[in-house]
Design a protein around this ligand. Structure first.
Ligand code: PLP
Length: 454
């Protein structure tokens, strides 16, 4: 973009006219927004020219890193050839068809079909509609309750916000979608007490069976969860959790939905988080890493159990978005998949860069402020605590996580705060030297945070 204004001008216009997502507006007006003007590789540059290491891949999405010409060029070519056409009413175009084919090829073997959307939230709403439709087609319309989890995140549409388990979001919904209930999350550090991680994982998984029994198995349609909770604070379930969940879903015949919006496209070192955990979801919601965030696109990967019914005998599914399967987004997604495949980016996360990141990230556990440093693939989290041994948290009013986040930004690192949990999800192409820089900066910012508390 060529328009040139001073930082103060951008901030004043921003505060006057732009309502940001997930932003405290009073805070924004008081402090002024950070204006990011360009990005390259794993670095952002702000309007002052400060270079900032992006530890969050934007919002968990820029998997192949910034500045990839291939993606820009393919978008330009597609815009000239066919900038838009829809996939409604028995129409289709090659980019959407080819993308569906390639996604089915990449996904676990039982996945046979894809429904495209424009975002993760739309994918989640689409999955909810598919769940209801599936049980209607099975002549069990009373099976319409969906079980989600507290502190899960499934987006910001009314469906996504209702299904997610974020208390603050629920408070702002006058009428959440009915028929959605939540069980507890498998967050061992925060809620595991004296149980071992394995015992705790089993206990939390078995809450699903208890909830199904309480509601009546004939009324429960599906269980919906992220393989690893992202926005909730990079919550990596104990190894015992997912196998038990899969068993319970199988035992009661309910649908299993994995929200792969963050985990999908390499973050765990596998194409999908479901593969990492060896689960077989009936539906998988995707977005973000599908296009590495270069253009908006999402989708639902549909397993044969639902797909065979919905996609052949189901009649018309009264659902779709103007931008479902958008040709430019589909062309970018195809090129992004090519980069992930041909540059062996996911293999690198699994075999080399991921283990290196985890080894370096783990050293943060030695910092006096850190109660736990955990991670997997290209995910990381650290828990800031007042007392390491007892896992005692700081007083909420101290806003320790936010302080740390500010120090990070001012020192050229994006690390996100979820309460007092600091999280990272770097671009999957980050080099060893950049990983070193990330961990060194994180340590320094922890020092600054500790100092500010004295
Ligand atoms: N599902 C998960 C697991 C997410 O993390 C997100 C976004 O962070 C969404 C859904 C919503 O995606 P979007 O913001 O593209 O609507």
């Amino acid at each position: 973009m060529t328009t040139s204004r001073s930082k103060a001008e951008w901030q004043a216009l921003d505060s006057a006219h732009h309502l940001h997502p997930f932003t405290d507006y009073a805070d924004l007006t008081a402090k002024g927004s950070r204006i990011i003007t360009r990005a390259e590789g794993v670095y952002l540059y702000d309007v002052d020219g400060q270079r900032i290491l992006d530890g969050m891949s934007g919002l968990w999405c820029v998997n192949v890193g910034y500045g990839r010409r291939e993606l820009a060029e393919v978008a330009g070519r597609q815009m000239l050839e066919l900038p838009y056409y829809n996939n409604f009413f028995q129409t289709a175009h090659p980019p959407a068809i080819e993308l569906a084919r390639q996604l089915v090829e990449l996904a676990p073997a039982h996945v046979t079909r894809v429904f495209f959307t424009g975002s993760g939230s739309e994918s989640v709403d689409t999955a909810i509609r598919m769940i209801w439709r599936y049980w209607q087609l099975r002549d069990q319309p009373q099976r319409n309750i969906i079980i989600g989890r507290k502190n899960g995140y499934h987006g910001s549409t009314i469906g996504g916000a209702s299904l997610g388990g974020m208390g603050a979001m629920h408070k702002q919904l006058a009428y959440p979608v009915g028929g959605i209930v939540h069980i507890e999350q498998p967050f061992w550090f925060g809620e595991g007490g004296d149980l071992s991680p394995e015992e705790f994982g089993l206990a939390r998984a078995r809450q699903l069976a208890d909830k199904i029994e309480e509601l009546g198995p004939e009324r429960v349609a599906a269980f919906f969860a992220e393989p690893i909770q992202g926005a909730g604070g990079v919550i990596i379930p104990p190894a015992s959790y997912w196998p038990e969940i899969q068993k319970i879903c199988d035992r009661y015949g309910i649908l299993l939905v994995a929200d792969e919006v963050i985990c999908g496209f390499g973050r765990t070192g596998q194409w999908f988080g479901s593969e990492y955990y060896g689960i077989k979801p009936d539906l998988m919601t995707i977005a973000k890493g599908l296009t590495s965030g270069y253009v908006p696109m999402g989708g639902v990967l549909v397993g044969e159990r639902v797909g065979d019914l919905l996609g052949s005998e189901g009649g018309e599914f009264y659902h779709g978005f103007t931008y479902s399967g958008h040709p430019v987004a589909a062309a970018v997604a195809l090129e992004n998949l090519r980069l992930l495949r041909e540059e062996q980016i996911i293999q690198r996360v699994r075999e080399e860069a991921g283990p290196y990141l985890q080894q370096r990230w783990g050293t943060l556990a030695e910092h006096p402020l850190v109660g736990e440093a955990r991670g997997l693939g290209f995910f990381g989290a650290i828990e800031l605590v007042a007392d390491k041994a007892s896992r005692q948290r700081f007083d909420e009013d101290l806003n320790v996580g936010m302080r740390c986040r500010e120090h990070c930004f001012n020192n050229g690192l994006v690390m996100r705060a979820v309460g007092d949990t600091m999280i990272i999800a770097p671009p999957l192409v980050m080099t060893h030297a950049e990983i070193d820089e990330l961990v060194e900066k994180a340590w320094k910012c922890l020092d600054l945070t500790a100092k500010s508390l004295r």
